[in-house]
Design a binder for this molecule. Structure first.
Ligand code: PGA
Length: 270
């Protein structure tokens, strides 16, 4: 079964609405429909920019989709400062990042909360992008320990989700924390091994069919200069991009190189 390649931009806490409008316009101008053929492209802006980005995408008839960076699991109520999956669905979000390492680290997000968020998203047909990945300290203990850590994270988030939202689509993003925003990617080989282990774990936790159709992304210092190496591997189906998604020219080149690689074309420019 062929999995549709997926590229996701995570703007994190960057861009005012005016900046978001101009960045989105520049990206849309750079990426023609032909570049996006056969791949899915998603932009996850801060909550305050979602409407603006959506307006630009609609006006330009773009195929780029919208996502969010976080969600709260209740539908509505007295939860000051929170945004629900129902709200995200209504504003046009097709995807939502969940359990990003920055949320786990700075906001003390737990596996149980991540699981609840995923279930809430599925209830509103928003596809969760579950982030997992080991710290530098864990990685220093070796590939086996890092692998066990990631498999445990996966299980902790997915057991409740698979039970409470059976059959719902989700995406897994493997993001080694030491590679996020550092300019040091994991090697494509090590990332491919981790992606393969994640797929095996999905088969064990769910079914072989779920494992086969679930997309697994790599994230951490992706750039137009290195995306082809990851896109060419067997089990990595795309990327989650932070820093390189904030500059239109860099991001457009990354997406073009990604799309060309998954189509088996040679990349002309780096
Ligand atoms: P980066 O961030 O591309 O800036 O390393 C990736 C992420 O945190 O999703």
């Amino acid at each position: 079964m062929a999995r549709t390649p997926l590229m996701v931009a995570n703007w994190k806490m960057n861009k005012t609405t005016a900046e978001a409008a101009s960045l989105t316009t520049d990206i849309v101008m750079d990426l023609k429909a032909s570049h996006l053929k056969d791949i899915e492209l998603v932009i996850c802006p801060p909550f305050t920019d979602i409407r603006t980005v959506s307006t630009v995408l609609e006006f330009e008839h773009s195929h780029i989709q919208l996502g969010a960076q976080d969600v709260y699991w209740q539908d509505d109520g007295a939860y000051t400062g929170s945004i629900s999956a129902r709200m995200l669905a209504e504003i046009g979000c097709r995807y939502c990042i969940v359990g990003h390492s920055e949320r786990r680290q700075y906001f003390k997000e737990t596996d149980r909360e991540i699981s609840l968020k995923m279930v809430a998203l599925a209830a509103h047909d928003v596809i969760p992008i579950l982030c997992v990945g080991e710290s530098a300290r864990v990685r220093a203990s070796g590939a086996r320990v890092a692998g066990a850590f990631v498999m445990q994270q996966l299980e902790a988030a997915l057991v409740g989700f698979l039970r409470d939202a059976p059959g719902a689509e989700f995406v897994v993003a493997y993001e080694p924390i030491w590679s996020i925003g550092t300019g040091n990617t994991a090697t494509p080989n090590a990332s491919q091994s981790m992606a393969r282990a994640i797929r095996r774990q999905l088969a064990a936790l769910a079914t072989a069919d779920v494992a086969e159709r679930t997309r697994i992304l790599y994230g951490g210092s992706l750039a137009y200069t290195n995306i082809a190496l990851f896109a060419a591997t067997a089990d990595i189906d795309g990327g989650l991009v932070g820093g390189s998604s904030l500059v239109a020219e860099d991001f457009s080149r990354l997406v073009k190189n990604f799309a060309a690689t998954v189509r088996g074309e040679t990349i002309e420019e780096y």
